[in-house]
Design a protein around this ligand. Structure first.
Ligand code: SF4
Length: 363
């Protein structure tokens, strides 16, 4: 056994760092990531995210001093090529939606870099950001609560179109008709209110509202999980059709792996705020290398009663993002945990072109 294996398998003496030590380490990490040089922009990429960090401060005492952080997103990196879809998967609370909101600048990043078509979104002033907003849109999970119940459909779709001067006023009516038809709605739906539609139709209104602004990139945050299965397929097919016709790029956030497999070109797997594996759909589904990805993918139902599912059951406690374990964040549940995993954070490594894994098994 060579020396690396010895270190890997040795159970290193565990010392739990104090809260102050953790706080100082995180402050240092934020400083280090902020000091990193800008990444080189690849014109093929619509979105480039490098070492994105979003920590929510824990404030205590009379003067609300920051004494700790909840590490919602902790060093996430990925790129999305123009006209493709990246699926972002992971269990609830792993930071998928926070990544989406931070990219959109609905919440400010703590550190890291987010480039949209070569522009660092978080560095531009608010006025410039307003001009960029139509180009990056979001479709939310719940079509019921993301539409104003007081506005008719024409106003819901047309409000931002007017605000951002997307089409001249005299062409507005014809433009709304065209957008609604593209999304499977009829022009006579314009005067109706959201409560008059079914769940699937409401999600079509949400999609129409997004594409009416002629975006390049859409963040889809669990867009079909509130719908029943037959409607899910219709909405997914509509989104894929619009992508082909309009050249859209998607970040598709979901915990439904079958849907992600259907729509995505590349997939990122998140666990407790970190990206544990990233690669093409084929690479991840045929050869999931990270133990968490393997366990997650083993839970996908097989639609064949003769095939026995070989599920990997994870044991051990799920840590909280406010107090994650040191070393690899997955080590409390990992069936392959080694001594080194408890102390050293694994760094993402490219195992094959385009396939990155953060795990000490591949050191
Ligand atoms: Fe498991 Fe260690 Fe890999 Fe983490 S680094 S996933 S604990 S083997």
């Amino acid at each position: 056994m060579d020396s690396v294996d010895t270190v890997k398998n040795e159970v290193l003496e565990e010392r739990v760092p104090s809260r102050t030590e953790i706080f100082l380490q995180l402050e240092q990490r934020i400083k280090d990531v902020k000091a990193e040089p800008p990444i080189k922009h690849d014109p093929d990429n619509v979105l480039e995210v490098h070492n994105l960090i979003k920590y929510f401060p824990i404030k205590t005492g009379l003067f609300s001093r920051v004494t700790g952080y909840v590490r919602a997103v902790d060093g996430v990196s990925f790129n999305i090529k123009k006209g493709t879809t990246m699926g972002l998967v992971g269990e609830s609370g792993c930071g998928k939606t926070t990544v989406g909101k931070t990219i959109l600048r609905l919440t400010e990043k703590t550190a890291g870099q987010v480039y949209f078509n070569g522009i660092e979104i978080h560095d531009i002033p608010k006025g410039e950001m307003r001009k960029l907003r139509p180009k990056i849109q979001m479709i939310f999970q719940d079509p019921y609560s993301s539409l104003s119940p007081r506005l008719p459909v024409a106003e819901i779709i047309g409000e931002a179109v007017r605000e951002h001067d997307i089409v001249p006023a005299h062409e507005m009516d014809a433009y709304l008709d065209k957008i609604m038809k593209q999304c499977g709605l009829q022009p006579y739906h314009k005067d109706r209110y959201p409560h008059e539609f079914s769940g699937g139709q409401r999600q079509r209104i949400c999609i129409a509202r997004s594409i009416a602004l002629k975006p390049d990139f859409i963040i889809c945050d669990e867009p079909v999980s509130a719908l029943d299965v037959s409607i899910q397929a219709q909405i997914i097919n509509l989104m894929m059709d619009l992508q082909k016709r309009l050249g859209l790029t998607y970040l598709f956030i979901s915990h439904d792996l079958s849907v992600v497999e259907h729509i995505s070109d590349t997939i990122g797997v998140m666990y407790l705020g970190t990206m544990v594996e990233f690669g093409s759909k084929e690479q991840l589904f045929s050869n999931p290398m990270h133990p968490y990805t393997a366990a997650l993918f083993s839970a996908i139902p097989v639609p064949d009663p003769d095939v026995k599912m070989d599920r990997i059951i994870l044991e051990g406690s799920i840590p909280s993002p406010a107090n994650p374990p040191s070393g690899c964040k997955f080590h409390t549940r990992c069936p392959k945990c080694m001594g080194i995993c408890r102390q050293v954070v694994p760094v993402p490594k490219e195992i094959e072109p385009g396939h990155t894994v953060a795990c000490h098994l591949y050191d």
